[in-house]
Design a binder for this molecule. Structure first.
Ligand SMILES: [Zn+2]
Length: 119
């Protein structure tokens, strides 16, 4: 039997916190501010220096955008645990489902709404 209820949420909270930490670290490694995603391209920054080509920069900007978006979702999921709204679909209000939350603990939509959103 799988754990249910608050204990399960605590488990997911730990997974989310670990993921948030990983994402923040990756952002910093790419020379981005973990909260704003702002990139340091000036040469005192030591990382993203002038040797970057325009193409490398746009790749980096795209990557940082993806990491930031994921971090925001993870942080939103953590806030929802605090408010007791975790695991509820943001669109239809139905439970997201344990299988989906196990796979993607920061999911904000149930699988049906997610599929509909892609159309
Ligand atoms: Zn839904």
């Amino acid at each position: 039997m799988a754990e249910r209820g608050p204990a399960r949420h605590q488990q997911r909270r730990r997974a989310l916190e670990r993921r948030a930490e990983e994402l923040r670290r990756e952002l910093v490694e790419h020379g981005a501010h973990p909260e704003t995603g702002a990139l340091r391209f000036d040469d005192d920054a030591g990382f993203a220096d002038r040797s970057h080509t325009t193409e490398e920069r746009s790749r980096l900007i795209a990557l940082v955008g993806v990491l930031r978006a994921e971090l925001e979702e993870v942080e939103r999921a953590l806030e929802k645990i605090d408010r007791g709204q975790y695991g509820v679909c943001e669109r239809c209000g139905r439970p997201i489902g344990d299988d989906r939350l196990d796979a993607i603990p920061w999911a904000t939509l149930c699988i049906d709404c997610k599929r509909r959103g892609r159309r």
